[in-house]
Design a protein around this ligand. Structure first.
Ligand code: GUN
Ligand code: ZN
Length: 428
């Protein structure tokens, strides 16, 4: 038994649906007890069980962040400016993803990618790879090497992109996806996501194959994009005139509670109703939506429709892997629409809410007995300015707000997954 002492904070319920005051637990002088990689107990320090004690001082012990949508191969192209979604894809993204034909490049980026996530306190994520079989295999290998909790998938695309970035045939993309799924899905902390890029870059035949794979492996995830940008939505209407965007995925059997759709900025009421009935999830990526000028996500409209929402960085359209930033930008996107989200709502979205969005909430997302010990030790004095802000915090809410708006990787002093130290920042 290891007993970590510090301030302990964890969401335990959805503050959008419950009384906020019962949606979290907080112990100013608290402990987290960890045994065999799992949370054994949390509580007031005086009630801590016997065990090897690790004193974290006044650091905040909190659940690991969960990134519900990002693109590993786009790590190096963060900040590629100019152009909205469709120009941005053609100008920057496709040439960048082409480089993953080169396995040394793939290995280099994969290493940097997981190192960055862990340094930033992201301990679970739903990840796009590229179309390349071997590169995707490498993204799994490097996740496994670090003990990272990853849901990864090979991108499927067979039209409307340069020839060099297209699957050779729908059948081949099915076979390669299936081989990767059989190799990695359920191995340790890794899972597979069937990953058609988005409706415009798949032929109906490829979507049919994606649906077939989902029927054969119903517990696999489905990961794609939807209604991010108005030109994209118009394009989908031209390509699939018989239905709305969400119906296209539904038609091919790609919508259920293991489906995560990135963005959903422009969904209609009918589409939201469909997603709610299918229990599909939305990954809200505020930084990316601002960077690409995609639009302002209508969070409450989506939640009121009964759709589960998580937060994503959407690297490389998002400009940082930091989930502090995702919370801060989510706040701002709602502010300009007249809604002020509290730090408890934001922290929920970045942890337990993300776990719910990824159907991982039985295992992770909060510090509750029985769950995997996936947690962060956050340094409230990581920078001179954060020290000043922390000192004047008048409440837990205010303390969390300071971290949300001023925190970054420097505040993440240690990260643990399943009780194992996966990242450590030595402050000298
Ligand atoms: N839609 C289809 N592909 C992409 C991508 O790589 N990034 C974003 N932000 N949107 C997409
Ligand atoms: Zn994306």
């Amino acid at each position: 038994m290891h007993v970590y002492r510090g301030r302990v904070f964890t969401p335990v319920a959805d503050p959008f649906a419950h009384d906020v005051s019962t949606s979290y637990r907080y112990f100013e002088h608290g402990f987290v007890a960890v045994q065999d990689g799992r949370i054994a107990a949390i509580g007031e320090r005086d009630n801590a069980p016997e065990g090897e004690t690790v004193d974290c001082g006044d650091a905040l012990i909190a659940p690991g962040f969960i990134d519900t949508h990002l693109h590993a191969p786009q790590l190096e192209m963060i900040g590629s400016y100019g152009g909205h979604l469709l120009e941005w894809l053609n100008r920057y993204t496709f040439p960048t993803e082409r480089k993953f034909e080169d396995l040394e490049h793939a290995r280099r980026v994969a290493r940097a990618f997981y190192d960055e996530l862990l340094r930033n306190g992201t301990l679970a994520a739903l990840v796009f790879s590229t179309i390349h079989y071997e590169a995707t295999d490498i993204f799994f290998e490097e996740a496994e090497r670090r003990g990272f909790r990853g849901i990864v998938g090979k991108t499927m695309m067979d039209r409307h992109a340069p020839e060099y970035l297209l699957d050779k045939s729908p059948r081949q993309s099915y076979e390669e996806s299936r081989a990767l799924l059989e190799k990695w899905h359920g191995r340790g902390l890794l899972r597979y996501a069937i990953t058609p890029r988005f409706a415009p870059t798949s032929t109906p035949e490829q979507l049919e194959y994606a649906g077939q794979l989902k029927r054969e492996f119903p517990d696999a995830w489905v990961h794609t994009h939807i209604s991010e940008n108005t030109n994209e939505v118009r394009w989908v209407q031209e390509l699939f005139p018989e239905a709305e965007y969400a119906d296209v995925y539904d038609h091919y059997g790609l919508l259920d509670e293991k489906t995560v759709l990135a963005h959903g900025v422009w969904l209609t009421a009918e589409e939201l109703d469909l997603l709610s009935r299918r229990r599909a999830r939305i990954a809200h990526c505020p930084n990316s939506n601002l960077f690409l000028g995609s639009g302002l996500f209508p969070l409450h409209r989506v939640l009121n429709a009964g759709v589960v929402v998580g937060l994503g960085s959407d690297i490389g359209a998002g400009t940082t892997p930091s989930m502090f930033n995702a919370m801060a930008d989510a706040y701002k996107v709602q502010q300009v629409q007249g809604v002020s989200l509290s730090p408890f709502h934001l922290w929920y979205l970045a942890t337990l809410g993300g776990a719910c969005a990824l159907s991982l909430d039985a295992e992770t997302g909060s510090l509750e007995p029985g769950k995997s010990a996936d947690f962060l030790v956050l340094d409230l004095h990581a920078t001179p300015l954060l020290t000043i802000r922390t000192a004047r915090a008048s409440s837990l809410e205010d303390l969390l707000a300071g971290l949300i708006f001023m925190g970054d990787d420097r505040a993440v002093s240690r990260s643990f997954i399943a009780g194992q130290l996966v990242s450590s920042r030595d402050r000298s």
